[in-house]
Design a protein around this ligand. Structure first.
Ligand code: BG6
Length: 509
């Protein structure tokens, strides 16, 4: 792909350059931006971490990561040779101000050599325990003094509750302007997630029915077959509510529920999203158990392979009370959504890996057809497939061909793979490009993060105060705990599961 617009001369400093995020996500994304011709002539990646490693060894390590994780597969030798020249490495202690002075000197030198003003991106690809120290030292060393040209990127988790999120926001605001801070939620960079905005606001036909008069309820499911892998240490301090619902799932809900922005200005879009969070009905402590369900997986089978339970995973307490599954029912108390339940669930070691949003419409007001013709009758349903299948499916009733009037549901499908050729950028490509260009639309503003924590605090508090008596309560490889079925069944609904093979063409089942 040839692009004409290039980003400004930039140095990206990655703190935590030896870590997994840099290896699996950031560098493959930067390399793909390079291949797509977005990277300018004057560009440098400066990796900073604790270990001693030479520039050539660091480049080799990064090359292996790109070969393994780039969506384009293995790098071509000649292309890599040109690209790798922009990568260098500095050993440094994050708590030592001299590390930052060295970085500053390095960037100043590049600026002098290139003879152009340089944008500075500071990416904290480190565990949250380092955020404060690194951010403070970036500020103190004068690295971020030019507010127009310097940005700081904060990975999730942003705090572990409302208080710690506020603390981190205060600290960052003491050092940077809000416009310099890019809080990452990688779901917002996913192609299908961005398409929710396009679907809703670039088409006129759905808007008139996108409200409580026509929509019965909304379901958001993000399920994973993966367990906690080697992240037991982190996960023991997090759990599904903090890890997924506070950020990814609430953001998906905002995109479904928000009002139309007047423009695509970053603050305008984020204002409309934060309105949704502010309108969420607050849980009273005594109501938490009616609206929120938690689960933890025990051993089980995933695709024919036996897997261990959460409490047996490395670095996990054998009596852990941490949830690996969470389901919640929300109401949005505003004009558009009053009375429409939004159900969300997420879990690890579930039966399938799928992220899907289902908009269930209300039934027709009157059944004109004889009852025997409508055995398979279903209300209309719109399914937004986020991943791994990417597309949109609209389910409606049709007359089954034949001499008699028989109705059954059929699907209209939009599949990315049919409609578009060429690769789909990874979320981190989109997000990094936005950071380079200074577009904060897809990033979390401080008030969004705090509003998301605020709404979950009663649930976090209740779950902390009462250990779950029945953990583990779902087998790996299943759809989660029975209580999650009950949460939605109480309202006369069930979790809508669309079989994977039914995500391509063919009649609805
Ligand atoms: C991360 C969570 O934010 O998102 C992980 O920390 C989770 O626990 C991951 O596995 C899921 O992301 P994706 O893009 O694979 O759906």
């Amino acid at each position: 792909m040839e692009t004409t617009v290039k980003i400004s001369p930039t140095v990206i400093v990655i703190f935590g350059a030896g870590g997994d995020l840099t290896w699996r996500k950031l560098m493959p994304a930067i390399y793909n931006l390079y291949l797509d011709n977005w990277i300018p002539e004057h560009f440098a990646v400066l990796g900073v971490a604790h270990t001693e490693i030479s520039d050539p060894a660091f480049r080799k390590h990064i090359n292996e990561g790109v070969d393994k994780f780039s969506r384009r597969g293995k790098t071509k030798k000649d292309e890599w040779k040109v690209f790798e020249k922009c990568i260098s490495y500095k050993k440094g202690d994050f708590s030592d101000i001299s590390t930052y002075k060295t970085v500053k000197k390095e960037i100043d030198n590049l600026e002098k050599t290139w003879g152009v003003p340089v944008n500075r991106i500071f990416y904290m690809a480190v565990p949250p325990a380092f955020f404060e120290d690194i951010a403070t030292k970036i500020g103190e060393s004068g690295l971020s003094a030019n507010k127009e040209r310097s940005r700081i990127v904060v990975e999730k988790p942003f705090g572990r509750d409302l208080e710690s999120a506020k603390h981190l926001n205060n600290l960052l605001h003491g050092l940077f302007d809000e416009t310099q801070i890019y809080r990452i939620d990688h779901y917002l960079g996913k192609e299908t997630v961005q398409n929710i905005l396009a679907f809703r606001f670039a088409n006129a036909m759905f808007e008139p029915i996108w409200n409580r008069n026509y929509i019965d309820h909304v379901q958001i499911t993000v399920s994973e077959q993966l367990g906690v892998e080697l992240r037991g240490n982190y996960y023991e301090t997090a759990g599904a509510l903090r890890d997924m619902i506070q950020n990814h799932l609430l953001q998906l809900m905002c995109l479904i529920a928000m009002e139309a922005p007047v423009s695509f200005d970053a603050d305008e879009v984020r204002n409309k999203k934060v309105d949704v969070l502010n309108a969420l009905r607050k849980f009273k402590p005594e109501d938490v158990h009616k609206n929120a369900v938690r689960g933890q997986y025990s051993e089980g089978w995933i695709e024919g392979k036996k897997v261990i339970g959460y409490r047996q995973e490395p670095d996990v307490n054998e009596a852990s009370n941490v949830e690996t599954f969470a389901a919640i029912k929300f109401y949005i108390d505003n004009w558009r959504w009053q009375g429409v339940p939004f159900y969300m669930r997420t879990g690890k070691r579930m039966n399938e890996t799928i992220s899907v949003i289902t908009i269930q419409f209300r039934p027709v007001p009157h059944h004109s057809f004889p009852i025997e013709t409508t055995e398979n009758w279903q209300p209309n349903r719109l399914i937004l497939n986020i991943q791994p299948y990417m597309g949109i499916r609209l389910r409606f009733q049709a007359k089954q061909p034949g001499l008699k009037m028989l109705l059954n549901p059929v699907d209209m499908l939009f599949n990315y793979s049919d409609a578009y050729s060429g690769g789909t950028p990874e979320a981190y490509e989109t997000l990094l490009l936005d950071i380079f260009e200074g577009d904060a639309t897809l990033f979390m503003r401080s008030d969004q993060v705090e509003a998301a924590w605020e709404i979950l605090m009663p649930v976090l508090d209740a779950w902390k105060a009462n250990t779950s008596p029945n953990f583990p309560n779902y087998d790996a490889g299943t759809q989660g705990p029975e209580d999650a079925e009950a949460l939605i069944a109480r309202d006369g609904h069930n979790w809508i599961v669309i079989p994977l093979e039914n995500n391509t063409h063919g009649p609805a089942k």
